[in-house]
Design a protein around this ligand. Structure first.
Ligand code: TPP
Length: 346
């Protein structure tokens, strides 16, 4: 297996003494959010395979615990920036499933009027500053949001979700630097899913990513990213640290990308391969949604039939979102002028 042994430098130790746990209500909320992401993504996977979606989709299956565990600690007014693999972040931060689905289908009822597609789902009213087709594109946006929060003293926090590949972009260093220098309320969340497109991260990454934050004296924690409670606890501490004016914090969540880099990646690979099936199967055993449902049952937070009810409700939400997207009008090409040129036709 392509897993490195993480080191644990728990710089938050001084920040929060109490390892608090989520209430039962919060636990069920976490399950709902993870299940919503999973079922939306599974539906996208089958619709992509059926050729129903107009653009590329990068699925988040297997990483749900990261978005859910972090965003459950955020307020609606807090900000997040996301990546090309952004559906999970959008839904975890409270984005509307219908508007997201319609966007991915390229329909004018989509959250960006169908003009952005999968890689640009955004909802400023929910603090979702956007998925982003530029690898590492979210760092500086989140840093800017955190600077706004600091200057306006509004108590908000910004979270930058990014991949292990994005950690090799130069802008990462720039944002670690200024966010520390200016003590910005910013939380970096690295989703270490082991791959950058078709390249194993270990083959292109020197040292530990978390050490880069450590060099700036940013408190950091490496967590099991397939354990939503571990993520939730680390995020609670990191967000509290940032919100209380102590500056940035850093979380590296160890997880795994179960799907291909994008759907239909086999066409790109043309018979080549960059990982073994066996490795994927090993990680499936650590499925974050299954693990968490087993935890909820073994700790008697709820019963199997309660979990089934939640899942059935979410399946209906997904079905409604697909029906809404299917029935909507395609995006209006004329809008290109408004969205690209702010009403000034060239
Ligand atoms: C600036 C830039 N360089 C290259 C690409 C092509 N590209 C798209 S996704 C990707 C890999 C990103 O890996 P990572 O940040 O780990 O995210 P993951 O796909 O694993 O979620 C690359 C190189 C891009 N979109 N933007």
């Amino acid at each position: 297996m392509n897993e490195r042994v993480p080191h644990h430098w728990k710089g938050f130790a001084m920040a929060i003494t109490d390892q608090s746990n989520p209430s039962n209500e919060q636990l069920l909320f976490l399950f709902e959010r993870m299940k919503l992401i999973r079922l939306m993504e599974e539906r996208l996977r089958s619709d992509a395979a059926a050729g129903k979606l107009p653009g590329a989709v990068h699925l988040y299956i297997g990483q749900e615990a990261v978005a859910a565990g972090v965003c459950a600690n955020l307020r609606e007014t807090d900000w997040i920036t996301s990546t090309h693999r952004g559906h999970g972040h959008f839904l975890a931060k409270g984005g509307d499933p219908k508007a997201m689905m319609a966007e991915i289908w390229g329909k004018r009822t989509g959250i960006c009027k169908g003009m952005g597609g999968s890689m640009h789902v955004a909802d400023l009213s929910k603090g979702i500053l956007g998925a982003n087709g530029i690898v590492g594109g979210g760092f500086a946006i989140a840093t800017g949001a955190a600077l706004t929060a600091k200057l306006s003293n509004n108590g908000r926090v910004a979270v930058a979700f990014f991949g292990d590949g994005a950690a090799n972009q130069g802008v990462f260093m720039e944002c670690l630097n200024v966010s520390t220098l200016w003590q910005l309320p910013l939380v970096f969340v690295c989703e270490y899913n082991h791959f950058c497109e078709f390249t194993p991260t270990v083959t292109v990454t020197a040292g530990e990513i978390a050490d880069r934050a450590k060099a700036f004296k940013i408190p950091c924690e490496i967590v099991d990213g397939n354990d939503v409670l571990a993520v939730w606890r680390a995020a609670a501490k990191a967000i509290e640290w940032a919100r209380s004016g102590k500056g940035p914090a850093f979380i590296e969540a160890r997880t795994y990308r179960i799907q291909g880099h994008l759907e239909a990646e086999d066409l790109f690979l043309a018979g080549g391969k960059y990982r073994e099936k066996q490795e994927i199967e090993e990680w499936r055993k650590r499925d974050p949604v299954t693990r968490f449902s087993e935890h909820l049952l073994s700790t008697k937070v709820c019963t199997t039939s309660q979990l089934d009810d939640i899942s059935a409700k979410i399946a209906r939400t997904v079905e409604d979102a697909v029906k809404f997207a299917e029935a909507s009008e395609p995006a209006d090409p004329e809008l290109t002028f408004d969205v690209m040129f702010a009403g000034q036709k060239p």
